[in-house]
Design a protein around this ligand. Structure first.
Ligand code: F0G
Length: 376
C-alpha cells in the first residue's frame, strides 16, 4: 500500500541506507525530518558573517535525537525476537527506550543515576511504563552494570554500543546534506558518550562516498541531490562540559559533574571512534563552563525562540566562542545540533529566570502599569 507523501519515519525514508529488509516490522513514531533553522539574530549580534544553522533534534517524538537510534535498535531487537531492552541513561535514552518499547509491546529496563536526571525525562520513562531502576552511582556505573547484567538476562542493550543505534543516528547527517545540497563546513555537537558525533561522521562519510556513484535511491532519476551529494565532509567539532570533559583531559574522568546532566559522563563508550572522527575530519574538542552553557541556552531562547536543554546548548556555546575567535572563519556554513528539547529540564530553565516574574493584584491598573512601564 502506498503511503503517499506522508512522512513515516527515518527507516522508511532512508531504507536503502539502513539494515532492514522488506519483511522487517518497523517500530517508528515518525522520528527524524527535524527542522534545520537558520539563525537570524545571533550572528549579527556577535558581529560575524557566518551562515549558522540549528538542527533542532529536540523536535523528535520523545524530544531528543535518541529517537533516531532507538527506532533502529528496537526494530532490530523485535526482529531478533527479544522481549526486553535495557539501557543506562542520563535521561534521554531512557525516555526513548521506554517509548519505543511501549510501541513495540516489549519491556524497557532503564538504569538512571539517582537524583541526576531532569524531571521531564524521568516523567517520560515512568509514564511509558519502563521499569525504572535508580542506582546510587553515575551514568558510567550504570553503563558498567548494563554490560554485566546483559550477560545474565535475556535483554538487548540499546545504549549506543548497540551498533544499530548509530545506524539510525547517522540519518541526521543525511537530512542536513539533503536539505543544504552539500555538507556544512563545520558541524558542532555536544559530546557525552560520543556516539552521536561518531554516527554523524558515518552518515557524512557514506554520503560523500556516493558522490561518484549513481544515486543509491533511484540510480539517478530522482529529485534527490544525487550529483550534489558532496565529495567533501565537514570539520567535526565536539564540545564537552568542563566538569565532564575526558576528551580535553585525554583520559577518563571519574567524578564528572555539570549542570548539563545529559552529558555528565566521564567514561565515553565511543572513545576511540570519536578520536578517529576528530583526526579524519580535521576537527577538535573543546570544553564549555556551566555558565557558558546556560548563557547560550538563554541566548537561543531569548534571541531566536529556540528552547533546548542545557547539554544541547553546549554546541552553540562552543561554536560562538570559536566563531568569535576566528577559529571558525567568517564565511563558513556551520551546523550546531541541539540534541534535546528545553522542556526536558524545566527546573534548570526556571532557575535561570528567577526574579523575572512579577506578581500583581488582579486589577486593570496593576497590569496596565506593568505593560506601559515595560514599553516606556
Ligand atoms: N545531548 C543530549 C541532550 C543527550 O541526552 C546526550 C546523551 C548527548 C547530548 C551526548 O550524546 O552521548 O552521543 O555523545 N545522552 C545519553 C542518555 C547519554 O543517556 O540520554 P553522545
Amino acid at each position: 500500500m502506498s503511503t503517499g507523501s506522508r512522512y513515516t519515519g527515518l527507516i522508511e525514508h532512508y531504507r536503502d541506507h539502513l539494515p532492514v529488509s522488506d519483511d522487517t516490522r518497523v517500530i517508528s513514531l515518525g522520528e527524524g525530518n527535524t527542522p534545520l533553522i537558520r539563525l537570524e539574530n545571533i550572528p549579527s549580534e556577535i558581529g560575524r558573517d557566518v551562515d549558522l544553522y540549528i538542527k533542532y533534534e529536540g523536535l523528535n517524538p520523545t524530544g531528543s535525537f535518541k529517537d533516531r537510534g532507538m527506532t533502529m535498535a528496537v526494530t532490530r531487537a523485535v526482529e531478533e525476537g527479544s522481549r526486553a531492552v535495557l539501557c543506562a541513561s542520563t535521561g534521554n535514552t531512557s525516555a526513548a527506550a521506554a517509548a519505543y518499547a511501549a510501541r513495540a509491546g516489549i519491556t524497557a529496563f532503564v538504569l538512571i543515576p539517582e537524583g541526576k536526571i531532569a524531571l521531564g525525562k524521568l516523567a517520560q520513562a515512568m509514564i511509558h511504563g519502563a521499569v525504572v531502576i535508580q542506582i546510587r552511582g553515575n551514568f558510567d556505573d550504570g553503563m558498567r552494570l548494563v554490560k554485566e547484567v546483559a550477560e545474565h538476562a535475556p535483554v538487548i542493550i540499546v545504549n549506543s554500543i548497540n551498533p544499530y543505534r548509530l545506524q539510525g543516528q547517522k540519518t541526521a547527517a543525511f537530512e542536513i546534506v539533503d536539505e543544504l545540497g552539500q555538507p556544512p563546513d563545520f558541524h558542532c555537537l555536544p559530546v557525552g558518550n560520543a556516539g552521536n558525533i561518531t554516527a554523524h561522521w558515518i552518515g557524512y562519510s557514506e554520503y560523500a562516498g556516493m558522490s561518484t556513484q549513481a544515486c543509491a535511491f533511484c540510480g539517478g532519476d530522482c529529485k534527490h541531490p544525487c550529483t550534489a551529494v558532496s565529495d567533501k565532509r565537514p570539520v567535526m567539532v565536539g564540545y564537552q562540559a568542563a566538569g565532564a570533559a575526558p576528551f580535553m583531559r585525554g583520559a577518563m574522568v571519574d567524578h564528572p559533574d555539570t549542570v548539563a546532566t545529559a552529558i555528565r559522563i566521564g567514561h565515553p563508550q565511543s572513545w576511540d571512534q570519536a578520536w578517529k572522527v576528530r583526526e579524519e575530519s580535521g576537527g577538535w574538542f573543546d570544553e564549555c563552563t556551566d555558565e557558558e552553557i546556560l548563557a547560550a541556552q538563554k541566548l537561543l531562547t531569548s534571541r531566536e525562540g529556540i528552547f533546548c536543554e542545557p547539554a544541547s546548548a553546549t554546541s552553540v556555546a562552543g561554536a560562538l566562542r570559536d566563531i568569535r575567535a576566528g577559529k571558525i572563519p567568517e564565511g563558513s556554513r556551520v551546523v550546531c545540533t541541539l540534541t534535546g528539547h528545553g522542556l526536558k529540564d524545566p527546573d534548570t530553565a526556571i532557575k535561570q529566570c528567577e526574579g523575572d516574574m512579577l506578581t500583581v493584584d488582579a486589577e486593570l491598573d496593576a497590569v496596565k502599569h506593568v505593560i506601559l512601564d515595560h514599553l516606556a
